[in-house]
Design a binder for this molecule. Structure first.
Ligand SMILES: [Zn+2]
Length: 236
């Protein structure tokens, strides 16, 4: 099978974030050097990040959306140069579970990663953002304070990745999608949705570049812990 070589850049293994390393000095400008599409979060978990066409949108827990300055920093971001290798239009409507099943059927193999972009109309979206932290806290405790938003009759885009379970210490396993409304005023980490009249674009990823941070917190952390259960609770 012919797969176009394509690489994903991960700025730090996700298990560092899960363990509460919420601050790294990787600038958005450095991340942009590796891709124009993706997701992540900001230093001190100051909102959810969605990267579209090279713009870093910052969705804070008060619900505001702004374009983040490239001098800002992130403890965790995944980006790729997005160029879909398949595109499909579907009518729906699908709930989030049905949407996942539908995309499952489009994946070439569950042993690759995929960048996913879905543009559509949503009768319902439930998304969240996390509040800015001023001290160390494991992600699961931060997620307990998350702010949830419900949007109705809204058009927008879902952007993110599908990652196989066996890579769970590096990238969030399964579907990890962030939402941004067409008018770029609403968004968040996707928790649930009902979507109709959508275009799904997929890009298989067969290699990745993983940066390992140099901060004291990172270098002295014990990362030999299976955080997959905490990750499931915090991210899904
Ligand atoms: Zn997320």
């Amino acid at each position: 099978m012919k797969i176009k070589p394509n690489s994903l850049y991960v700025s730090s293994p996700v298990n560092a974030l899960v363990q509460g390393i919420l601050r790294e000095d990787k600038t958005l400008n450095q991340i942009l050097g590796h891709g124009n599409f993706g997701l992540g979060t900001f230093n001190d978990l100051d909102g959810e990040m969605i990267i579209l066409d090279g713009n870093f949108y910052q969705i804070r827990s008060d619900g505001t959306v702004s374009i983040a300055p490239l001098e800002g920093s992130s403890p965790y971001a995944c980006v790729t140069e997005f160029e879909a290798d398949s595109k499909i239009e579907l009518k729906g409507p699908f709930g989030y579970m049905d949407l996942q099943k539908c995309i499952d059927g489009l994946l070439l193999s569950k042993n690759l990663m995929y960048a996913i972009k879905i543009v559509g109309n949503f009768s319902f979206v439930r998304a969240r953002s996390v509040p800015k932290q001023d001290s160390y806290k494991p992600l699961i405790e931060v997620a307990a304070d998350q702010k949830e938003f419900n949007f109705h009759e809204i058009s927008g885009v879902l952007a993110g990745f599908w990652t196989p379970d066996f890579l769970h210490s590096i990238s969030v396993p399964g579907y990890h999608l962030h939402f941004l409304s067409t008018d770029k005023t609403h968004g968040g980490h996707l928790l649930d949705c009902t979507i109709h009249d959508m275009t799904i674009e997929l890009q298989a990823i067969d290699q990745f570049v993983l940066d390992l941070p140099h901060s004291i917190e990172y270098l002295s952390a014990n990362l030999d812990i299976d955080v997959s259960n905490d990750l499931k609770k915090a991210e899904h």
